[in-house]
Write a protein that binds this ligand. Structure first.
Ligand code: KG4
Ligand code: ZN
Length: 391
């Protein structure tokens, strides 16, 4: 089955075409094509994602990305007829997306209908509602014009599925032993999810305030490091680690002994802020102190994440650990998670770099898994759900 994936939940406009085979419990995937626009440069200025700017950028970039994805079917010379009825409906679907209906209709006129796409997968939450609507409405328009059914897809199921492909175009199949535990760590989420088998997800813990990546980004800002701060902090922290440095600031490890699987990172962030304020009273923070703070912060968050994941593995009896989300790029945490897996004699699965951050390949894969339990429909009612969760 070929699936077109559409993802616009945050600051990446992402499209994909994948080929999916196999049954729900042993799916295999091949990435055929991807097109992506990242808004990182736009949001750098604000030090974070600014929803209305993000929405505008998605609306601006999604049709050029569609043209790129369907380049073989697209020609400026084409002029395919779209019925008046469909034109009217598409205009209605896209009426709130400024200027987008003209662009989508123009794309449809110049693009030969792709005969091989069986389903469209679109993220409907969680994420930023204004930006989710862009993807949803474009998915509905394409569904209507091309008569392809749509499956609304949970972004977090996407992050879980992100370990199931390689981006190199080869067919890829891995067998995951269930029950599995998923740890999802990104700029927007920090969650632990129990997976009894593919398609059956139960959230067992989450952050009560800041997400892990968000905490990294905020601490980075306190230290005058550019957005996104995660990679910057981890670079400084590893400089200290490499020379066998000491955790001199010993920041708190919030909720480490709370006995549940929830996280709270805002107290830790505040502790870092107070320390920075205290130190800057005397003199501006030098590079060495900045790196020491980054190191102590990273030690604290890593300890909390590892302890909670350890406890969740014990309680669920998980036979595999899946880790998804952009923060898996963090070398120190990654190493500790692999060590944790080894000490529990279980396999640890992490996505390739470009499937760890938000992408549409993972959305298409999650939709394939979900399609065994839920029917995709042509132009279905879909509502963007900013705080959609896994139940
Ligand atoms: O999954 P992602 O690309 O976007 C969201 O869906 O949020 O995650 C981005 C987050 C950012 O907060 C970024 O600072 C963080 O992942 N991040 C890292 C590292 N690389 C990216 N955090 C810690 N260490 C890293 N090496
Ligand atoms: Zn994400």
């Amino acid at each position: 089955m070929k699936i077109l994936g559409i993802e616009t939940s945050c600051d990446e406009t992402a499209l994909s075409i994948i080929d999916a085979q196999g049954d729900q419990n042993s799916p295999s995937f091949r990435v055929e094509k991807t097109a992506l626009h990242s808004q990182i440069d736009i949001h750098k200025e604000y030090g974070g994602v600014f929803p209305s700017e993000a929405k505008r950028a998605h609306a601006q970039n999604i049709t050029p990305l569609l043209i790129e994805l369907f380049s073989e079917n697209y020609s400026e010379e084409n002029n395919f007829k779209i019925s008046d009825e469909i034109v009217t409906q598409i205009k209605k679907i896209l009426e709130r997306e400024e200027g987008l209906s003209e662009k989508v209709l123009d794309f449809l006129q110049k693009t030969k209908k792709p005969e091989n796409i069986d389903m469209i997968a679109v993220t409907f939450g969680p994420g930023l509602e204004p930006t989710l609507w862009v993807g949803i409405n474009v998915a509905k328009a394409l569904s209507l014009a091309w008569s392809i059914p749509v499956l609304p897809t949970n972004h977090m199921e996407g992050h879980i599925a992100s370990v199931l492909a390689k981006a190199d175009g080869d067919e890829y199949k891995i067998d995951i032993n269930f029950p599995a535990l998923a740890l999802l760590i990104s700029g927007g989420h920090t969650e632990l999810i129990e997976i009894t088998h593919w398609g059956k997800y139960q959230k067992i813990g989450q952050t009560k305030d800041d997400a892990l990546g968000e905490a990294y980004d905020k601490v980075a800002r306190m230290l005058d490091l550019p957005y996104p701060g995660g990679p910057q902090i981890s670079k400084l922290a590893s400089q200290i680690r490499e020379k066998g440095g000491e955790d001199i600031f010993k920041f708190p490890r919030p909720m480490i002994n709370s006995g549940d699987f929830n996280f709270s990172l805002s107290g830790l962030k505040t502790a870092v802020l107070y320390k920075v304020q205290e130190l800057t009273k005397e003199k501006p923070i030098d590079d060495e102190t900045r790196a020491q703070i980054a190191f102590s912060f990273e030690e604290a968050v890593t300890e909390v994440i590892i302890k909670k994941t350890h406890d969740a593995l014990e309680q669920t009896g998980a036979k595999s650990l899946i880790v998804g989300g952009g923060v898996i790029a963090n070398e120190h945490l990654r190493k500790n998670l692999y060590d944790l897996g080894e000490s529990h004699s279980i396999d640890v699965f992490t996505p390739e770099k470009n499937l760890a951050t938000d992408n549409a390949v993972m959305i298409a894969m999650a939709a394939y898994i979900r399609s065994f339990d839920q029917k995709a429909e042509i132009n279905p009612e879909i509502i963007a759900r900013g705080s959609l969760t896994l139940s």
